[in-house]
Design a protein around this ligand. Structure first.
Ligand code: ADP
Length: 159
């Protein structure tokens, strides 16, 4: 059986913390589909198309990683893709409460689908897309916390 995992998120924009989770996931599963969520209450900085394109560039050397976007319920998307696992990263205790709720409801809606948690790499435990945007707004250097292509895109946004 081919193991297919979906790694969902906002990725607004993708950081090296995300990339670490995606890369490690790609060494565990036959295929990883990184899926950008469309309808979120948050007001994103990058459009879905821009986020997909940045992810595509950042992951192009990972041969078993695909990038996509989806609308609606995650579990429906996972079933549609014939995937058996959802990958999520955990940073701090603050992530835990939400992730436990999400994993519980997803287990109820799709009993055959597992949520697979990966602990953050210590280097990136403080890193989030929000922090990146905050720092980039003031023209600070973000080259060691985001892929090069994202650093360029942020420069253009804040020009
Ligand atoms: P969401 O809004 O769904 O949480 P994000 O883009 O913020 O989307 O995150 C997508 C996934 O990546 C989540 O599982 C999140 O916990 C994980 N993640 C984000 N940043 C890091 C990081 N620095 N280290 C490990 N996992 C991370």
């Amino acid at each position: 059986m081919t193991s297919i995992a979906v790694c969902p998120g906002s990725f607004d924009p993708v950081t090296l913390g995300h990339l670490d989770i995606i890369t490690r996931g790609a060494s565990v599963f036959d295929k990883v589909i990184v899926a950008v969520l469309h309808n979120r209450n948050k007001q994103p900085m990058f459009t879905v198309e821009e986020r997909v394109s940045l992810l595509y560039e950042a992951t192009k050397d990972l041969k078993n990683v695909e990038v996509d976007s989806f609308n609606g319920l995650l579990i429906d998307y996972v079933k549609e893709k014939k995937a058996n696992t959802i990958i999520r990263g955990l940073r701090a205790v603050s992530d835990f409460e939400y992730e436990m709720q999400a994993a519980s409801i997803n287990k109820k809606l799709g009993p055959d689908i597992e949520t697979f948690f990966m602990m953050t790499n210590n280097h990136y435990s403080y890193l989030s897309s929000s922090i990146v945007k905050e720092v980039a707004k003031y023209n600070a250097d973000v080259s060691d916390i985001v892929p090069d292509v994202v650093a360029e895109a942020l420069k253009t946004k804040f020009k």
